[in-house]
Design a protein around this ligand. Structure first.
Ligand code: SDX
Length: 434
């Protein structure tokens, strides 16, 4: 162990001249951090960082993002290599356990996930309470949370084996439930999973097959779905993952924690953006109207923002958007859509935005949601299903991050402080005297 002096930051109170030293914590990659856990005890001050622009909530070994360079690593492997050489279930194993599986480990993991894809028959009855036009994300929040009512044998978060069974159940069953939300919206019968199909292939089978005829999943679409699942699997401490972590910090069971992540992902500023991108492109309609919407996106008086653009961390093109843009061509060709006006419009919008100083100065580039919707629509999904598909993929990241947090030696409940700006104490006045 080198006896290098511990790195510190000195904080000085300019009013009193008092200084304190705060330890610096360095990771393996990325910015170092200042450990402020003793700040209040030493200074009587909290920090204030609404929306956490510069605050780390945890240590994690799962995903690393370099926003300036547009780098995304999962357990050290680049997203580009994983989408090219791996597959969704292998990436799930990598995120959960930290290493790429051996052949035997992958075979066992594949078996464990495949044999958990069925949901209890009683789960089917939950759907009957919803209108057919209910937003599928509302159904997902409800049904995934309700899984906690079924799996009493795997709710003990302190039991390693029960944690693992819950993780496998969620990775296996959420595609089934997602497919059920789609079938329910279409008025079609639920389709059971088939154990002889791959993970992405099985999901498309449950979504698009009908009991009236044989249905073979296109290998091109299965490959595209598998790639979409890899690209959306995890993204360090984004809003929905932070929601899952804070829910898990209260020792709530994993099913309700994942349900809280689905709820957070639904917002159009987060996972709901993929639906919002298609709705925006539909509203723009034609290339000649692009300048009008670019102007609206720049107008501070107008709440309109260019959906699918910008990112809290990426100040370069989101590497996932690049992979998805390339996949657009494959899927459109497979679906016999040689030229999709929406895709053409999206590429023209990207071209114009990336030459506009407003977007360049603010480093607003296309993010993962900009192209994903075009692929999903070409595959036959309605826009309301887009965020559901994001949730199916992100379940792997959510449960991996939850597992990492629970396995921390000292799990403590997450409880941020605040800067109080309300009324000072005052006496109650009866209504007759107000
Ligand atoms: C995801 O965290 C993650 O990793 C998320 C995600 C994941 O995998 O989990 O990557 C998935 O959520 C991707 C983001 C999807 N959301 C959208 O595409 C919605 C549109 N984007 C914006 O709402 C926004 O860019 C956010 C929410 C993504 C980021 O917001 P920030 O970091 O809070 O940025 P900001 O609002 O402070 O914007 C900085 C400036 C502002 O202008 P100024 O006040 O400096 O003049 O950029 C402007 C903003 O007005 N701006 C935009 C814009 N995004 C930011 N202006 C027009 N259009 C936009 N899309």
């Amino acid at each position: 162990m080198t006896d290098q002096p511990k790195k510190t930051f000195t904080l000085t109170n300019d009013q009193t001249g008092e200084s304190i030293k705060l330890p610096v914590e360095e990771g393996t990659m990325g910015p170092a951090t200042i450990d402020i856990r003793t700040l209040y005890a030493q200074t009587g001050h909290f920090t204030l960082d609404p929306s956490f622009t510069a605050t780390g909530s945890c240590k994690s070994r799962i995903t690393y993002i370099d926003g300036e360079e547009g780098v995304l690593l999962h357990r050290g492997y680049s997203i580009e290599e994983l989408t090219e050489k791996s597959n969704a279930l292998e990436v799930a194993y990598l995120l959960l356990y930290g290493e790429l599986p051996s052949k035997e480990e992958m075979k066992e993991f594949d078996h464990n996930i495949t044999t958990h894809t069925l949901v209890h028959e009683q789960v089917h009855h939950f759907f009957r309470g919803f209108r057919r036009d209910a937003h599928p994300m509302a159904i997902m929040v409800a049904v995934v949370g309700a899984l906690a009512a079924f799996y009493h044998d795997s709710l003990d978060i302190w039991d390693v084996r029960q944690r693992e069974i819950s993780a496998h159940r969620l990775i296996a069953k959420i595609p089934t439930i997602a497919a059920m939300t789609y079938k329910y919206s279409q008025g079609q019968p639920f389709v059971y999973p088939k154990n002889d199909l791959g993970y992405a292939e099985n999901f498309l089978h449950m979504c698009f097959s009908l009991p009236v005829e044989d249905y073979k999943v296109s290998p091109v679409l299965a490959e595209a779905m598998d790639r979409i699942m890899i690209l959306h699997a995890d993204h360090e401490q984004n809003a929905s993952t932070s929601t899952v972590r804070i829910a898990g910090s209260s020792q709530a069971n994993p099913f309700t924690c994942i349900s809280s992540g689905i709820a957070s992902l639904w917002g159009p500023a987060h996972g709901g953006a993929n639906q919002a991108v298609l709705e925006m492109l539909a509203e723009i309609g034609t290339k000649d109207r692009i300048p009008e919407f670019i102007a609206r996106a720049k107008d501070k008086e107008d709440p309109f923002r260019l959906m699918g653009f910008g990112h809290r961390v990426y100040k370069n093109i989101d590497p996932r958007a690049t992979v998805l843009k390339d996949s657009c061509h494959d899927v459109l060709k497979e679906m016999g859509v040689e030229s999709d006006p929406t895709f053409e419009l999206a590429m023209e919008l990207e071209r114009i935005a990336l030459t506009d100083p407003y977007f360049i100065d603010r480093k607003l580039f296309p993010n993962v949601d900009f192209y994903s919707g075009i692929i999903l629509r070409a595959m036959g999904f309605p826009t309301e299903m887009f965020t559901v598909l994001f949730a199916v993929s992100r379940t792997v990241g959510w449960i991996s991050q939850w597992k990492e947090m629970i396995e921390e030696p000292s799990l403590r409940i997450g409880r941020p402080r605040q800067l109080y700006t309300g009324e000072t104490e005052r006496k109650y006045v009866g209504i007759g005297k107000r």
